[in-house]
Design a protein around this ligand. Structure first.
Ligand SMILES: [Zn+2]
Length: 257
């Protein structure tokens, strides 16, 4: 599933390629993909001014202060040109077509932006904020890091990596983390995400993420735990016995407390 670094990589490509182009038409494919087909007629004739990211959402800002919100879901992919299977949506612009492909249908087009927690790379996401958000919570820390209302943009890969960097077991009840541990976790999240953005995100075999130009990410070669049997620390990794937020989670039984 594309997380903050992948979505940010997509955003950068889209902004460079689409800014200044006028939207001429759009086409909705596969009506069953949409709970309610979005009416985007008001976007036709407007010009793309910017593309911003909020958590895992992309927001295409067009003239007249209008916006088109996109969410890649589990397996959604944006690509220039119209070809490809599972084409759900096409945005036609002057001399450019942006296609939204989604095999697993969890993506969204033209949806409202939900309420989201702070951006993890913003300065307001700090140890004091995390302590306030988590101090009375009993759920596993990993589940709450993946809760978009607490912090936006983190999913399985980057939660797993950040908890390893911070030396914290994924199943620990969030409210039991000490203040130094919260501080280490905030620092680890920022470090991991910045590094992943720099490397264009992660392309794993199960998700096959590619940017809109078809380029894979490179962070998967630098992961410390995710998808490995031996951690970057040299110890054999273990998986949590019970899944957390529907997924088992890898951790180092020696380095993570
Ligand atoms: Zn270890």
């Amino acid at each position: 599933m594309p997380e903050l670094p992948e979505v940010e990589t997509v955003r950068r490509v889209l902004e460079e390629r689409l800014r200044g182009l006028r939207i001429t038409a759009y086409k909705l494919g596969q009506p069953t993909f949409y709970r309610r087909p979005p009416d985007l007629k008001h976007l036709i004739g407007s010009t793309v001014e910017f593309v911003r990211r909020r958590g895992k959402y992309l927001v295409v800002g067009v003239s007249g202060r209008r916006e088109l919100v996109l969410h890649l879901g589990m397996s959604g992919r944006l690509a220039f040109g119209a070809a490809g299977p599972h084409l759900r949506f096409q945005l036609m612009l002057q001399g450019e077509i942006l296609g939204f492909h989604d095999a697993r249908r969890f993506g969204r087009v033209g949806c409202p932006l939900p309420e989201l927690g702070p951006e993890p790379l913003d300065s307001c996401f700090d140890p004091a904020y995390l302590h306030k958000a988590l101090h009375d919570r009993k759920a596993p820390i990993k589940a709450l890091l993946m809760d978009q209302r607490i912090v936006a943009g983190i999913g399985n890969i980057y939660a797993t990596e950040s908890l390893f960097q911070a030396g914290i077991k994924p199943r620990r009840p969030a409210g039991r983390l000490s203040k130094p541990e919260m501080a280490r976790l905030v620092k680890a999240i920022k470090t991991v995400l910045r590094r992943a953005v720099k490397l264009g995100g992660s392309t794993l075999e199960d998700a096959a993420y590619l940017d809109p130009l078809g380029r894979p990410g490179r962070f998967q070669k630098r992961v410390s735990v995710y998808g490995r049997s031996v951690g970057a620390c040299g110890h054999a990794l273990k998986a949590t016995r019970k899944p957390i937020s529907g997924r088992t989670s890898l951790f180092c039984p020696i380095c993570q407390k």
